[in-house]
Design a protein around this ligand. Structure first.
Ligand SMILES: NC(=O)c1ccc[n+]([C@@H]2O[C@H](COP(=O)([O-])OP(=O)(O)OC[C@H]3O[C@@H](n4cnc5c(N)ncnc54)[C@H](OP(=O)(O)O)[C@@H]3O)[C@@H](O)[C@H]2O)c1
Length: 318
């Protein structure tokens, strides 16, 4: 099955189907993210996935700046995404949050701005405001109002496209129904062990491009338990990989691309950054796609525990 290197968005922009994730659990040396992003750009990635809450946008921006100065890319070659954090869901706060991200990135606009999570936290400088018992201090903003703030950002030329992340299908529909500018992308967890296929189908039918985060199953997440499955170690993945002379990660990523998804794998390792981009010289046949589909266990690596108990907690529905 042929796979596109880019997908068309209603704004006319094209989103590269293989992007580079920038959220890491490792607390690397200063400059490590800058190095990783520069390496990714050098290898050919033209889509970088950032967020306010990743706390590394300055380094990502530095990598972009140096890559432009060195002549590797032009700004217009790059598709940059960032995300609105939960403490800025009030309509007027949305634009401020994006402006702050843009200042860190050293950019005048991003290509895509997403509502990171549909759950609001208390507004303020603390990204994770907590009660004395350690529970999050929630806020309650109408998501439709937050969306109006997102539309304001398009009007102000701060972003070219807007979208959602971690929303369930009911929340997606609520935004579609109320929108003046429709969401064009949704970013959610997807990998062969968590196919998320009901939500994917729901969104694709409504012309949203779907981006898979945690596409490799986030194998190094610190909260992984010994009973959790490890996607890249699954015998069927290894068998297909060895038959094709590819790695397990390449098979998993190719499988997601063949589902019509955008993927944003993350790596800090130059060899794996390159490996994760080399996905266009082989394909999985129907039988192999079926075998990969059979890995689905509805196993979520990211449950957004800190958002549990909020009325907009998304993961009680698909
Ligand atoms: N919207 C959201 O709420 C949300 C949530 C989570 C993530 N994201 C985005 O999605 C991106 C990707 O998700 P993720 O980082 O959680 O998970 P992932 O891409 O599934 O996994 C990344 C991990 O896999 C390892 N890895 C990468 N390539 C590999 C390969 N070829 N073989 C073996 N291991 C490999 C990396 O370690 P090495 O560095 O050692 O290679 C890293 O620890 C994030 O960076 C972020 O941009 C968004």
């Amino acid at each position: 099955m042929p796979v596109s290197r880019e997908l068309q968005l209603p704004s006319g922009d094209r989103i590269p189907t293989v992007g580079f994730g920038t959220w890491t659990m490792w607390r690397g040396e200063k400059g490590e993210m800058c190095k990783a992003v520069k390496e990714a750009i050098k290898v050919g990635y033209r889509h970088i996935d950032c967020a306010w809450v990743y706390k590394n946008q300055e380094e990502v921006g530095q990598a972009i700046k140096e890559s432009i100065e060195e002549g590797t890319i032009k700004r217009e070659d790059l598709f940059v995404t960032t995300k609105l954090w939960n403490t800025a869901h009030r309509r007027e706060a949305v634009k401020e949050n994006l402006k702050n991200s843009l200042a860190l990135l050293g950019l005048s606009y991003v290509n895509l701005f997403l509502i990171h999570v549909p759950v609001s936290f208390k507004e303020g400088d603390d990204d994770f405001p907590k009660h004395s018992d350690g529970k999050m201090i929630f806020a309650h903003h109408d998501l439709v109002d937050t969306w109006k703030g997102m539309e304001d950002c398009v009007d102000a030329d701060l972003t070219r496209n807007i979208g959602l992340s971690n929303f369930n299908h009911l929340q997606v529909q609520r935004i579609i129904d109320a929108s003046r500018i429709r969401p064009s992308v949704i970013q959610v967890e997807i990998n062969p062990m968590f196919s998320n296929s009901q939500l994917v189908e729901y969104c694709q039918k409504r012309d949203l491009v779907v981006t898979a985060y945690g596409p490799l199953g986030a194998p190094n997440r610190p909260w992984k338990t010994k009973d959790d499955p490890t996607l890249l170690e699954e015998p069927v993945v290894k068998q297909i990989a060895s038959a094709k002379g590819k790695t397990a990660a390449q098979v998993v990523l190719r499988c997601l691309l063949q589902r019509g998804l955008v993927i944003i794998p993350q790596s800090s390792n130059p060899a794996r950054i390159k490996e994760n981009f080399e996905l266009f010289d082989f394909e999985l046949n129907e039988d192999e796609m079926k075998k990969m589909a059979a890995l689905d266990r509805n196993f979520r690596a990211y449950c957004e525990d800190i958002c549990m108990g909020h009325p907009e907690y998304p993961f009680n529905d698909f």
